[in-house]
Design a protein around this ligand. Structure first.
Ligand SMILES: [Mn+2]
Length: 343
């Protein structure tokens, strides 16, 4: 068990130095669009500005991924995982719209490129419209800015942008996707890791959120019963339905060996209304989480996920992440040297 830094939408040499400085063994990268100006600069490519909006890169190349991995390696860090492709690269597949097959083919090409670059874990989720919050500036401890969600507000929102999709339609689309991509992941040696729907409510804006509880994970893990399909277990999202049920699910899936990695964050309250919280408050007990993982023999990595925005911090949250990461690392160390941070 080890700590990584994550939630990087783009990356700089300074970000990597910082992750190493605060003791991380590795990093994860979040939904990279490798043709964006930031990524183009990081990868040392020429950037040609084009007029107007540009669609994200549909499939990642093994060369871009290998260059990314080499840059991370050079800082003494492991590139643990890439957490998802940009959401609209899978939205048609999720919703079963025309173009779904092309998106699945692109995703398969991305998995193969990941394997060629030696990057072993690819996170994904099944929410075409992403994470929902109804407030982004709730006042957390000491006036820190935290996001919050109130289902009384969320359930009334109907944008009319997305088609109506119920549970059975979303399951059928997911099963079609998984049946197509899992054999490719197995052949490429890449693990696919499913993140729960956040917030985990039955439906938002006419689209069902199928990965909202442990029962749904049981079904998904049975359908794709392979070491190459497992969970990106998010303690925060799961605790949005209650910390006790989150802990029970954590223990069970960890014992099954189906948790690939963990997002360790906390929330205050639970649905229908919750807010994000610092790691040392709220309903999630990080000591209990890490002890449960240790006792189950979990050998993956843990990241801090979302963090409150504290005084004087950057957008990515260097200060707040240093606090959360150090907190997690300290607990892992206290649980026993053999589970301590990697050198
Ligand atoms: Mn998460």
């Amino acid at each position: 068990m080890r700590v990584a830094a994550g939630q990087f939408r783009e990356l700089t040499q300074g970000d990597l130095a910082f992750a190493r400085q605060i003791g991380c063994a590795g990093i994860t990268v979040n939904k990279p669009d490798f043709d964006s100006p930031g990524w183009t600069t990081f990868l040392g490519r020429q950037f040609t500005a084009s007029a107007g909006p540009r669609a994200p890169t549909r499939r990642w190349s093994a060369l871009d991924l290998a260059q990314l991995r080499a840059a991370v390696d050079a800082h003494g860090l492991a590139l643990e995982c890439i957490e998802g492709v940009p959401a609209n690269l899978l939205a048609k597949a999720m919703l079963g719209l025309p173009g779904a097959d092309e998106q699945i083919e692109d995703f398969k090409a991305t998995i193969r490129a990941m394997g060629q670059a030696g990057i072993g874990v690819l996170g994904y989720n099944w929410i075409p419209d992403g994470v929902w919050r109804t407030t982004k500036a709730d006042h957390g401890r000491g006036g820190a800015l935290v996001t919050g969600y109130d289902h009384a507000i969320g359930q009334r929102i109907e944008t009319g942008i997305l088609p109506i999709r119920d549970d059975s339609a979303m399951w059928a689309n997911w099963e079609r996707f998984m049946a197509a991509v899992l054999p490719v992941a197995e052949e490429a040696g890449v693990k696919l890791s499913l993140h729960p729907d956040d917030p985990p409510v039955p439906m938002l804006d006419s689209v069902a959120r199928i990965f909202r509880d442990a029962t749904a994970f049981d079904r998904a893990l049975a359908f794709a019963d392979s070491p190459h399909h497992g969970l990106a277990f998010c303690t925060g999202t799961m605790a949005e339905r209650g910390a006790d049920t989150m802990m029970a699910a954590l223990a069970r899936f960890a014992r099954m060996g189906r948790i690939h990695y963990v997002h360790l964050r906390s929330v205050s309250g639970a649905l229908p209304r919750f807010a994000e919280a610092f790691i040392d408050e709220g309903t999630v007990d990080p000591v209990a989480v890490l002890r449960t993982l240790r006792d189950a023999g979990f050998d993956g990595f843990v990241i801090d996920d979302h963090v409150p925005h504290v005084e004087g911090d950057t957008v990515w949250g260097h200060r707040s992440r240093a606090y959360a990461t150090g907190y997690i690392a300290g607990i892992i160390r206290a649980l026993g040297n053999e589970y301590g941070r990697s050198p």
